[in-house]
Ligand binder design. Structure first.
Ligand code: PLP
Length: 458
């Protein structure tokens, strides 16, 4: 008999999670104004809201926490992290920040002006938020295949070179401070970008003298997909692939809460000394001195170890294959999900799951709420609520996809939890025709509304 796959780790510490009844959850979600962000964690059984900062650290990372150097300036933890960042990414200069959006805030403060255009592949919401906050425009150049959840393209995060060149031809390069390539592409379903695409985008950027930056939150998962799917890379190590990917860019921002394997942290790394100098000023203003940038010494030490661990094949295999395990179960049950499966999450296709709920009534949000009510599972809407309003017309933006993201925290849940999630969804799917109406917004913030928006049931 062929031996089944087993995780390359054992569990040293456990945390209890609470079960609840459907009646309790109906009450709690109403009190939370039908916004899953408003639920306290003890009201959630399996929390798939995000994979950001919610994973388990290793014994080696915890050991590093104990020897963190909390000196204000020039701590040894900073030096450790700086050395690791150089080793893993190859970028010359490095600035720690407290998380990913802080890195965006610092770098964009240095680079983005009103009226600028920033092309990319389905910019993440905080990235877009920081662009639009500066009255600049994010232009999505993702390949069309990304928007059809049933097409099995191996690199749905890729940029369409024709779309990108059209933007370059329409606007002067003085108006385009950089292109941002998100690896993997969260908003398109955790889909990877191929090395070939990195190379081609980089070449086009060079031709038009426009810098290329990576949003590298899930750079290690992206490298795993390259190793598994891109011809010529099957025998390369993850660290070799990562180095090659970054060699095509001028710099990166990262939320280290993902592939940094830490609960909090982020950084900027880049090659251009002038940009580094400008960003340094904003880092000191917004984050802290340049050798901690909002992070504790102990967190920087844990991040240095995390970056080394996340770029090892053993870890990545258990990580990405757990997502595929859940995905395969759902496909078996007929539940419509984004394919191929992403690196950090499974995305339910609400347009196919509950087409009976009108889009104006936030069908993906309605599905996420139902998943909580039936199983105590918290996912998140990646659809019209997240897409927010057009900054000029203030009308709802309707994205191509209405998704519910089930993000799996790293090294946190077992495959029994995945079985529970799949069974809950099967039960909802079997009664999907009964769903006829959704929700109406009663209160919302002017930007990034999804975190605090309030709904009423129609
Ligand atoms: C691709 C991507 N970029 C940026 C961010 C922002 O990072 P943070 O939540 O650490 O501010 C995230 C967070 O989920 C992300 O997925």
């Amino acid at each position: 008999m062929e031996l089944p796959y087993a995780e390359p780790y054992k569990i040293k510490m456990v945390e209890s999670i609470k079960r609840s009844t459907k009646e309790q959850r109906l009450k709690w979600i109403k009190e939370a104004h039908y916004n899953l962000f408003n639920l306290s964690s003890d009201k959630v059984f399996i929390d798939l809201l995000t994979d950001s900062g919610t994973g388990a650290m290793s014994d080696k990372q915890w050991a590093e926490m104990m020897i963190g150097d909390e000196s204000y300036a020039g701590s040894s933890s900073f030096e450790k992290l700086k050395k690791t960042v150089k080793k893993i990414t190859g970028f010359e200069y490095f600035l720690p920040t407290h998380q990913g959006r802080a890195a965006e805030n610092v770098l964009f403060s240095a680079l983005v002006k009103e009226g600028d255009i920033i092309p990319g592949n389905s910019h993440f919401d905080t990235t877009k938020g920081h662009i639009e906050f500066r009255k600049a425009t994010a232009v999505d150049c993702t390949i069309d295949e990304a928007f059809d959840t049933s097409i099995n393209h191996p690199f749905k995060g890729n940029i369409d070179l024709k779309k990108l060149e059209k933007v370059f031809k329409t606007h002067s390069n003085k108006k385009i401070p950089f292109v941002i390539l998100t690896i993997t592409c969260n908003s398109a379903g955790g889909q990877p970008v191929s090395l070939e695409n990195c190379r081609q985008v980089s070449a086009l950027c060079k031709q038009y003298k426009i810098p290329l930056y990576f949003d590298a939150a899930r750079f290690a998962e992206n490298a795993y997909f390259i190793k598994r799917r891109e011809p010529g890379y099957e025998n390369k190590t993850i660290k070799e692939i990562v180095k090659e990917v970054f060699s095509y860019g001028d710099g990166m921002t990262i939320s280290a809460k993902k592939d940094g394997l830490v609960n909090m942290g982020g950084f900027i790394a880049l090659n251009n000394y002038e940009v580094f100098k400008q960003a340094t000023v904003f880092n000191i203003m917004f984050e802290g001195f340049i050798t901690y940038g909002g992070m504790n010494g102990r967190d920087m030490g844990a991040l240095a170890v995390g970056l080394d661990e996340s770029t090892e094949i053993n870890y990545l295999e258990s990580r990405v294959e757990q997502i595929a395990y859940l995905g395969k179960k759902l496909v078996e049950y007929g539940v419509p999900v984004q394919q191929p499966f992403g690196g950090h999450a499974i995305f339910l296709d609400a347009n196919k799951f509950v087409p009976t709920i009108p889009r104006e009534e936030y069908r993906a949000q309605a599905l996420a709420i139902e998943l909580y009510i039936v199983g105590g599972i918290r996912g998140v809407e990646i659809g019209t609520v997240l897409a927010d309003r057009d900054p000029v017309t203030r009308k709802n933006r309707y994205p191509e996809l209405e998704l519910v993201r089930l993000a799996i925290p790293r090294r946190t849940y077992t495959n029994n939890h995945m079985d529970y999630v799949a069974a809950t969804l099967k039960n909802i799917y079997d009664t999907r025709h009964e769903a006829k109406s959704g929700y109406v917004i009663t209160e919302e913030a002017p930007i990034m509304r999804h975190f605090t928006v309030k709904f009423e049931k129609i």
